[in-house]
Design a protein around this ligand. Structure first.
Ligand code: NAD
Ligand code: UDP
Length: 323
């Protein structure tokens, strides 16, 4: 995987910026496309000014005119946090559907391989656990999360059909909850919320009774999985789950964060948002056998690294405010 020209949409976001780092380190040229709706240029400042890195501010719901050759496209552009993607549901849906269409047309024109960042949300509130790729899901088409879930499902269909109809080399990663440094502190997802709350002396907000489960994957593991999937052969064109099979209740996560930060705040309970999935745990047999991939970083270690990141970020913010 060296010396390629690779386009990363959503490259200034949490996952995308780590992916850009990894691809540049491996000797590739990276073109990062981002509208900055939830991402930030600060996530890629370490790459700005490098000859092998280019940033283009662009919304992928519009076609992108790009003159040069492209070998690979990672399509990651889309807000991923419920509070963010529910802010403008029509735009979220367009990002997944028009965005996928635009990027697939580009892949077809440039003869590029293209990977879609899909999601465990295609399973909705699953009635089987763990979730294998063959499970069709249990998704509400008309709820607050539908713009995201159904947009991602439609994008998978487009990827499948471009592969079948036009022979485009497509890959689909169904990503389960992933966390780590560079999540935005006001992102609203559970890991960043709990850590920021604990470090700033606020009570930890558990939605519902905290018995719902999630499986948390550390960002470095996930990026490794995406690169392996992109490098894999045509036999992996069907969706592949990517996540850490360790399953934790939200209540357990809250207690772990309090423990690790030594924080005194309490846990407070808030209403469970509508259609919040009760369980989520990936069956990663396919990724293990086809890609030789499995996560290596346990939750405890990943949380230590993420807490250290947020602690440094908050200290810097305090110092700037004092100046
Ligand atoms: P993020 O919000 O940090 O990053 C998304 C990036 O896409 C941001 O930089 C944003 O500005 C950009 N973007 C959004 N809409 C755009 C548009 N229309 N045009 C151009 N840029 C746009 O989220 P993330 O956690 O890094 O997620 C990245 C991708 O991975 C998303 O597609 C998300 O659905 C998928 N995913 C993430 C997780 C997770 O737990 N992090 C889980 C499942 C799937
Ligand atoms: N959650 C919570 N407190 C928060 C944020 C989220 O209890 O401050 C819960 C949320 O209701 C869900 C789980 O944590 O059950 C994971 O939420 P997140 O938004 O991180 O991701 P989701 O898997 O819902 O997309």
């Amino acid at each position: 995987m060296s010396g390629k020209t690779i386009l990363v949409t959503g490259g200034a976001g949490f996952l995308g910026s780590h992916l850009c780092d990894r691809l540049i380190e491996a000797g590739n040229r990276v073109i990062c496309i981002d509208s900055l709706v939830t991402g930030s240029k600060s996530n890629v400042t370490q790459l700005m000014g490098r000859r092998s890195f280019e940033f283009i501010e662009h919304d992928i719901i519009e076609p992108l005119a790009f003159g040069g050759e492209i070998d690979q496209i990672y399509n990651l552009a889309c807000p991923a946090s419920p509070i963010k993607y529910e802010l403008d549901p029509l735009h979220t849906f367009k990002t997944s559907v028009y965005g996928a269409m635009n990027m697939l047309e580009m892949a077809r024109e440039k003869n590029a391989k293209i990977l879609q960042a899909s999601t465990s949300e295609v399973y909705g509130d699953p009635s089987v656990s763990p979730q294998p790729e063959r499970y069709f899901g249990n998704v509400n088409t008309v709820g607050p999360r539908s713009c995201y879930d159904e947009g991602k499902r439609a994008a998978e269909t487009l990827f499948h059909d471009f592969h079948e109809r036009f022979g485009v080399e497509t890959r689909i990663a169904r990503i389960f909850n992933t966390y780590g440094p560079r999540m935005s502190p006001d992102d609203g997802r559970v890991v960043s919320n709990f850590i920021v709350q604990a470090l700033t002396g606020q009570d930890l907000t558990v939605y519902g009774d905290g018995e719902q489960t999630r499986s948390f994957c550390y960002v470095d593991d996930l990026v490794d999985g995406l690169c392996r999937l992109m490098a894999s052969g045509p036999e992996t064109y069907m969706p592949v789950n990517m996540g850490n099979p360790g399953e934790f209740t939200v209540g357990e996560l809250a207690r772990l964060v309090l423990d690790k930060t030594g924080a005194s705040p309490r846990i407070v309970y808030r209403d469970l948002p509508q259609d919040d999935p009760h369980r989520r745990k990936p069956d990663i047999t396919s990724a293990r056998t086809r890609l030789g991939w499995e996560p290596r970083v346990p939750l405890s270690e990943g949380l230590d690294r993420t807490i250290a990141y947020f602690a440094a970020l908050l200290t810097r913010a305090e110092e700037t405010a004092e100046r």
